[in-house]
Write a protein of this length. Structure first.
Length: 474
């Protein structure tokens, strides 16, 4: 099978969130099981700098706004996956991030930027592609590629498309006046089309026009069909229930492996776990926490936002400390939450370490050094840190939502609570502390998590089965 995987970010070249982790790993996993999957990325400065040599292979004219793009061919630097780069300097070579400027404001022309990217993806998947290589399926990801299935269907191209939702909260909403900017026909601006409460939604376009829909966990696929987490799309998603499937994300088990992780001061495994205690003592030393191999250390690595339930952690923090625990947090986000965790650290020196920012190496060391990982997200399409925690023998406490519910087994590999309240979280913390006091039971729970299979191969085979069904029965 030949798959064109269109995405607005992919690690290690460009990353703002979990989409990049999936886009960097899934195509490689697909290729390992015999699928010819190739990536399409915008030509951001970081992408062009990160690939080294790139060869111009085509010119794409007639894109929205009269845009002319150069298509470059290269390879992903870490795994060699074939990569196409859409080089449009006036749209993508800018300071700041992929979607926002250096001041944190959305680029004013995002509608045009990602309409051009979507139209290019549709062109490469359609009958008028300038390439010799022709994909059998176009796989789109999140709102930034949402118009591609619309362009394909409205032009009458028969190439089937798949649309993956990584987080339904990000919908690519623009004023109706941008319908002309993106060069969609007026009749597409309808309930059965791209219209969303009076505006234009790129994500809705993908959800309406793509042949199959996926999201990143089975539970999230069910949750988004209902008002609480449907973000206004629940009617459309409910009507397309037969076309929607949840496929759990995997993790890079080479990068996230406590027996070979170069970020860790000591190695360990489920069969030889003693290095974990040494990692804990080194983490306590590095973060100026009071040393103690038997002190329950709670880890938190998160974007500091309401979605992630960080206010719930603040509400139970004093209880954790009163019971003899410590807290190590790494994250950045909402200024009020940053300030609250800084204050907590200042009030409890040696007991709380709040590192505001992001450090890849420290994230690995917290996963290895913590005993318990707190992840009380109000909603979580899939989640990755609970998977890293399981692999590293760090027992997670999670809210029963999305991929957290699908991956953590209550009382077996972690602790699950069912209401997003401080009281429910505290009851789960209390259960975890009682279990931690029973050394043999805790070791069994650690080993159970460390031996679960969350590799990308399992996820890739599920996508391969979806592709085959789509090609057999369009």
């Amino acid at each position: 099978m030949r798959i064109l995987f269109a995405t607005s970010e992919a690690r290690p070249l460009i990353k703002t969130g979990g989409l990049a982790d999936v886009s960097g790993a899934l195509p490689a996993a697909l290729r390992e099981i015999g699928i010819d999957c190739r990536l399409l990325l915008p030509g951001y400065p970081a992408v062009l700098a990160g690939v080294g040599e790139a060869k111009a292979v085509a010119t794409l004219a007639g894109l929205p706004g009269g845009t002319v793009a150069t298509l470059l061919e290269a390879a992903m630097p870490d795994n060699g996956v074939p990569l196409y780069i859409l080089d449009v300097p006036e749209l993508f070579q800018r300071e700041g991030g992929p979607y926002q400027d250096v001041a944190g404001h959305d680029h004013a022309d995002n509608a045009l930027r990602f309409a051009v990217f979507s139209k290019a993806a549709a062109r490469l998947a359609g009958a008028d592609s300038p390439l010799d290589w022709h994909p059998e399926i176009l796989h789109c990801n999140d709102w930034q590629t949402g118009l591609a299935p619309a362009y394909l269907r409205l032009a009458g191209h028969g190439t089937p498309s798949v649309m993956t939702v990584h987080n339904l909260a990000y919908q690519g909403i623009f004023p109706p006046s941008d319908l002309g900017t993106v060069e969609l026909p007026p009749e597409s601006f309808a309930v059965d089309g791209v219209e969303y409460y009076g505006n234009l939604s790129f994500l809705k376009a993908g959800l309406y026009y793509a042949h199959r829909l996926t999201t990143v966990s089975p539970t999230y696929a069910e949750e988004i069909r209902h008002p609480a987490l449907g973000m206004g799309m629940q009617g459309l998603l409910g009507s397309r229930g037969d076309d929607l499937v949840g496929i759990l994300n995997g993790i890079d088990t080479g990068e996230w492996n406590p027996s070979s992780d170069l970020y860790l001061p000591y190695e360990y495994s489920s069969r030889a776990p003693s290095g974990k205690k040494r990692c804990k003592l080194k983490l306590q030393q590095d973060l100026n926490l009071e040393p103690g191999k038997d002190t329950p250390l709670f880890g938190v690595i998160a974007r500091l936002a309401n979605q992630k339930g960080l206010d719930l952690i603040l509400a139970v923090a004093e209880g954790i400390l009163h019971r003899g625990g410590q807290i190590a947090l790494l994250g950045t986000g909402e200024k009020a939450l940053e300030a609250a965790f800084r204050d907590l650290g200042a009030q409890h020196p040696g007991r709380v370490a709040a590192v505001i920012g992001y450090d890849e190496g420290l994230s690995h060391r917290i996963e290895a050094g913590a005993d318990i990982f707190l992840m009380p997200s109000r909603f979580e399409p899939c989640g990755l840190n609970q998977l890293y925690s399981l692999r590293y023998g760090t027992v997670p406490i999670v809210h029963a939502t999305g991929g957290l519910k699908d991956t953590v087994e209550d009382g077996v590999t972690g602790f699950v609570f069912h209401e997003p309240t401080a009281h429910a979280l505290w009851l789960a913390v209390d259960r975890a502390l009682h279990a931690y006091a029973d050394g043999k039971a805790w070791q069994r729970m650690m080993r159970a998590g460390m031996t679960r299979d969350f590799s990308w191969e399992k996820s890739a085979r599920a996508y391969a089965a979806l592709y085959r069904r789509l090609l057999e029965k369009p």
